[in-house]
Design a protein around this ligand. Structure first.
Ligand code: FES
Length: 315
């Protein structure tokens, strides 16, 4: 049976710098063939020349089949991926991408109420063309620290003004999530993407919404409080260092160790891996308690001991 293809190569067609230290990157096939299709809210993994792998939402129209566009905010305090995107990529460079995945899909029915914090606007940028094309009812709340750093403003040009609500902390128009939730109708779905504190506030305010509350979390929050440690691969004896600013999965990948993964947010268990000794910090959301003494999820799990021994590499 042929091996499934999980990656595609693409060429950087354009790089555009926007206010707020945001870089817009347009990717295409070298010969302009169609790229694998994606749905509104999807993201890709971008494989950087250093070996880093970072997830970015696709911000273009899902109906456009020969381009992917991503928007990357430079984060000086981050793990280095955004700095590499800003400083290390040029037009014409070839990069590897994962196939698009979607962990933030729109529900098929109901009004779509979106709340975006900062660069958390990106997944909504692929939802907007789909919503407009379908003629669905929606509202978009865009929250930003300052008017001047609202770098993605131009990408909202086609949004009817009565559906777009801008909230700027420096203009005193900060969004009150609890107030917004109180105005939602019984069929409205709330979608939130932004910094961790915004998601925490949405979780608290939207507790009663059940499966009508949808949130996309970014990976950096996973690493809060993590220090460096070592992973030993029991089957080969190899020892891999996991930096404080890395997930276990990233370190394994950088070392060329294949581990299946999908959500990379601790919600699918595709990366579930047996460990033989050491003390994992379980951060997944769904593994049964009874399995935690034997398995961990390297996409989100940390380590409380100096070394953890994994039953890897896979045969
Ligand atoms: S990839 Fe989904 S839980 Fe790790």
């Amino acid at each position: 049976m042929p091996k499934p293809i999980h990656r595609v190569s693409a060429v950087i067609r354009t790089l555009t710098d926007l206010p707020g230290d945001i870089r817009l990157i347009e990717l295409a096939d070298r010969d302009d063939w169609d790229l694998p299709p994606f749905t509104a809210g999807a993201h890709i993994d971008l494989h950087l020349p250093s070996g880093r792998i970072r997830q970015y939402s696709l911000v273009g129209d899902p109906a456009v089949s020969n381009r992917y566009v991503i928007a990357v905010a430079r984060d000086e305090a981050g793990r280095g991926g955004s700095r590499e995107v800003h400083d290390g990529l040029a037009v014409g460079d070839e990069v590897m991408l994962s196939l698009p995945r979607n962990h933030f899909p729109m529900a098929d029915e109901g009004r779509v109420v979106m709340v975006a914090g900062g660069i958390g606007l990106t997944p909504f940028l692929s939802m907007l063309p789909a919503l407009l094309a379908e003629g669905r009812d929606f509202a978009l709340h865009v929250c930003n620290g300052s008017v001047a750093r609202h770098g993605l403003a131009d990408l909202l040009d086609g949004v009817p003004p009565d559906r777009l609500h801008l909230h700027f902390s420096d203009a005193g128009t900060r969004l009150d999530l609890a107030e917004l939730v109180a105005t939602l109708g019984p069929d409205d779905h709330l979608y939130v993407c932004g910094p961790e504190r915004m998601l925490d506030a949405a979780q608290a305010a939207g507790e009663g919404l059940g499966d009508r509350l949808h949130m996309e979390r970014f990976g950096a929050a996973i690493l809060a409080g993590q220090t460096a440690y070592e992973v030993e691969l029991a089957r080969s004896g190899e020892v891999i260092r996991v930096g404080a600013a890395q997930t276990m999965l990233e370190a394994l990948r950088e070392a060329g160790v294949e581990v299946p993964s999908s959500c990379e947010a601790g919600v699918c268990l595709d990366c579930k891996t047996r460990y033989l000794s050491g003390t994992p910090v379980h951060r997944d959301l769904i593994m049964p308690q009874g399995e935690r003494g034997e398995f961990l999820t390297p996409c989100v799990s940390g380590c409380a001991s100096e070394r953890i021994v994994l039953d890897l590499p896979l045969p």
